[in-house]
Design a protein around this ligand. Sequence first.
Ligand SMILES: [Zn+2]
Length: 309
Amino acid sequence: MLILPKGNPLKSIVSAISRVRSRGVPYKTIFFAGALDVFRPMVRQISKLGLCLHGTCPICHCNAVFEFKNLRYTLLKCETCEHVFVCNSISSEDLEKNYSRSDYWEEDKIHRNIHSMEPGPHWKEFVDRRINPMRELNAMPPLRRSDGSRSRILEIGSSEGIVLYHLSLMGYEVYGCELNQEIVSRARKYFSHPVIVDHFLSHDFEELRFDTIISYHTFEHLTNLREIIRKCSDLLVPCGSLLFEVPYGVEEYHNYDHLHFFSEKSAKRLMSDWFEDIKVMDGSYVTIHQVKCGSYFVTGKKPEKGTVR
Ligand SMILES: [Zn+2]
């Protein structure tokens, strides 16, 4: 096995190749992305000469400057909260095009270290590393509300629904929200909990309120993040929790499915107008391809009375 010293640019290329190969990206695409990675410091220098693009941070509204160019988008980095984001405007139709494809689950399952939708022991690690942080970060509601009814959990971007399936086995009333009709239809064979097949932001939840809202590796794909967090707050009961997981790290810059690349600061700032008791936990893990994936679990509580702002 080839072992490369830390900080070696070749190592970052090998790492990028391993990651994107697991997502089925052709080698010539990977080579180009890897080459861009090596030249990134040079591009940063050019940006300092005044040739960079500028923009406004979607999290804290401060100034952002050129950070990177991947194969599809230009990325800007906020000078205040260090959030990195795609500066190109993305319509909801584009998002739907990206995630409504029937083969999305099949492509993504390798990245998620799983091989089949059917419940079974092969899901254990996947489910544990999502449900355990709910406990560790105090985002797991009691099974029953004070009136005796079951506590409700909503997952945004619930995909096939395996996490909700396990939470329902524990005794919770669970709901999914998922854009991809094809995945939801396929999962019906194994799971029976209700799934809202719609955009989270535009869907009318009417009187439905939740004790906890969870979302794993979804927010980095979405536009209008502040509106999403505000809507989560609106849909939670007082003292309800929001917990989401997002990736971080410069290796992610090659992944042009992602519109946001969080810093610990930007994750906290995103929550701070609507939530209190905000915590960020490092949830980095190593895939079966021995590639480290950086991720943050972010959580906060809706105030008991009134709002934070
Ligand atoms: Zn910012």
